[in-house]
Design a protein around this ligand. Structure first.
Ligand SMILES: [Zn+2]
Ligand SMILES: [Zn+2]
Length: 267
């Protein structure tokens, strides 16, 4: 029994994560073009027509832009909360309602042999969620697009094997950068995005429980961050606590426009 993970894309221009067991293949978010998602799945030897379902973190365009195409062309079912569906249904075009699995709250559902747990996060969307996906005794945790983290999320994530966490911006770069003031305030607010420092301290807290072996930094801003800066900031914060990349854990980046590393979490 293995759980596979691969980030197909992550960032403000599009998000799509692949999580699979041997039998069940899921996508978390569909925020790249249908063609990009199909080709990036091919690059890791997965046929898009084998995908069993799509989960969404929220309705922002960078998480749903390929959704309509995936549902129409490849008949992939969507698992979504009613509130999020209401907020996005006018953006996806005509879709087959038989593919739609609506939930009041997703909390815990089973899709094939993967257990999906969700928890509410703090972001300026109608019903934003983070996910933990479990197969056998392996668990992947995904949290992007959040302004802060709650104890509930830490609790859900603490026994994960792989943690994908947002490391959106460098606070100084954001402050002096080109964004208008209202947008800077939004990003920095508790309904915005996590900074590199936030990512470092949250990761350190979750690593304290001793389960996570792989950390992936996600949703990096193009304008307000550099991949090396995000990586070095988080690495430094972990080292202060004696946690060393390459010895205690693996720390890695995800990318805006290319497929990341594939992880196979063995039983
Ligand atoms: Zn986003
Ligand atoms: Zn968002």
């Amino acid at each position: 029994m293995s759980l596979f993970f691969c980030s197909l894309a992550s960032g403000s221009s599009g998000n799509c994560q692949f999580v699979a067991s041997e039998k069940t293949k899921l996508l978390v978010d569909a925020g790249m073009s249908g063609r990009y998602i199909k080709n990036s799945l091919s690059s890791i030897d997965v046929d898009i027509n084998q995908i069993n379902g799509i989960l969404l973190t929220h309705e922002h365009a960078d998480h749903i832009s390929g959704l309509g195409v995936l549902m129409r062309r490849h008949k992939i079912p969507l698992y979504v909360t009613e509130k999020t569906w209401e907020a996005l249904k006018h953006k996806v075009g005509e879709v087959d309602y038989n593919l739609l699995h609506l939930y009041d709250k997703i909390d815990t559902i089973e899709i094939g042999d993967i257990t999906v747990q969700s928890a509410r996060i703090s972001h300026d969307a109608v019903d934003p969620l983070c996910y933990a996906l479990i197969h056998g005794n392996r668990k992947v945790a995904i949290a992007t697009d959040l302004g802060m983290i709650s104890d509930e999320v830490v609790d859900k994530f603490k026994d994960s094997d792989l943690l994908m966490i947002e490391s959106n911006h460098d606070i100084e770069m954001l402050k002096v950068g080109p964004y208008p003031m209202y947008l800077k305030r939004r990003i920095l607010s508790e309904y915005g995005h996590l900074s590199n420092e936030d990512a470092g301290y949250i990761t350190r807290e979750i690593l304290g429980y001793g389960s996570v072996k792989h950390v992936l930094l996600a949703h990096l801003s193009k304008e307000n961050n550099f991949p090396e800066l995000a990586f070095e900031t988080v690495k430094g914060i972990l080292e202060e606590a004696g946690i060393v990349d390459g010895r205690d854990i693996s720390l890695d980046l995800t990318y805006r426009d290319k497929v990341g590393k594939t992880y196979k979490l063995l039983k």
